[in-house]
Design a protein around this ligand. Structure first.
Ligand SMILES: NC(=O)c1ccc[n+]([C@@H]2O[C@H](COP(=O)([O-])OP(=O)(O)OC[C@H]3O[C@@H](n4cnc5c(N)ncnc54)[C@H](OP(=O)(O)O)[C@@H]3O)[C@@H](O)[C@H]2O)c1
Length: 249
């Protein structure tokens, strides 16, 4: 699955929301989904960076994307309902969500972890994927088949000292994904799965490991096999799993 080669047109006529689409893995995945034929809805805070991704997609002659500048740390059910309304008007349905946006927060002992920072990290990494999925369910139900992907981490599988709210939020995402899959997997045509990208050359990784040589890490563009596999029709039977984009690490 991690070495999946997506056939041309895999995501033709699909509508896919990507959070954290302005940088790193989310940007690469959004561009790849668009290249494979999807109309991509790009969500992040930084409008300028989003606009660059938007322009890059237009240059591919891919379907016209949409841009949603939104801060997931402060957004709540009202904003997500407005987003659902916008997607309904523009596209009529939704075929996929890649929940990818995340905050790292400080690498620090729990004893010193500040409550405000804790809340912010949990809001972006766990509360937003929960509320966004909830708000967008009616649109996902309208799709022939829909795929919701949550982005986990190795520290979400087993807790790691000093990774604080980030690790707890990723463990929560694993659980959230399993619960959605159990509750709706049999009743709907929506599948819910987690991806652990593994060490990847991005700004977040640089923040977490400043002394590491980024040249030793794969670029986001090189780890997308699993991202395209789980979004397309070849994975219709895959439900409630947590998978590695780089199982060789
Ligand atoms: N890179 C790795 O080695 C690695 C390893 C394991 C897991 N992951 C996971 O993979 C995913 C992508 O990570 P990455 O390394 O690509 O990170 P990144 O380069 O730091 O990108 C993070 C993205 O999230 C967006 N974002 C952050 N805070 C946001 C907020 N409050 N509201 C909306 N958007 C927000 C950022 O956009 P704006 O700044 O424009 O808002 C950016 O587009 C994350 O879930 C991360 O936890 C990464």
């Amino acid at each position: 699955m991690h070495d999946y080669q997506a056939p041309e047109g895999l995501l033709k006529d699909k509508v896919i929301l990507v959070t954290g689409a302005s940088d790193g893995i989310g940007r690469a995945a959004a561009i790849e989904y668009a290249r494979l034929g999807a109309s991509v809805i790009l969500l992040a805070r930084d409008q300028n960076k989003l606009a660059q991704v938007y322009d890059g997609i237009e240059e591919l002659n891919a379907p016209q994307p949409a841009m949603i500048p939104l801060d997931l740390a402060i957004a709540g059910p009202e904003q997500y309902q407005m987003l659902a309304g916008m997607i309904e008007r523009e596209f009529g349905h939704l075929d996929g969500i890649l929940h990818n946006a995340a905050l790292l927060g400080p690498i620090t002992p729990l004893e010193q972890y500040e409550d405000g920072t804790w809340d912010q990290v949990m809001a972006v990494n766990l509360r937003a994927p929960f509320l966004l999925t909830q708000a967008l369910l009616p649109l996902l139900r309208k799709a022939d088949h829909a795929s919701v992907i949550f982005t986990s981490s190795s520290v979400g599988r087993v807790g790691r000292a000093y990774w604080g709210a980030y690790a707890v939020s990723k463990a929560g995402l694993e659980s959230l994904c399993q619960i959605w899959a159990q509750e709706l997997g049999q009743l709907t045509r929506i599948r819910f799965n987690c991806i652990n990208p593994g060490a990847t050359r991005t700004a977040m990784r640089k923040n977490a490991y400043p002394a590491e040589n980024p040249e030793n890490l794969r670029r986001p563009e090189a780890i997308l096999g699993l991202y395209t596999y789980l979004m397309g029709a070849d994975s219709l039977h895959v439900q409630g799993l947590s998978l590695d984009a780089q199982p060789d690490l």
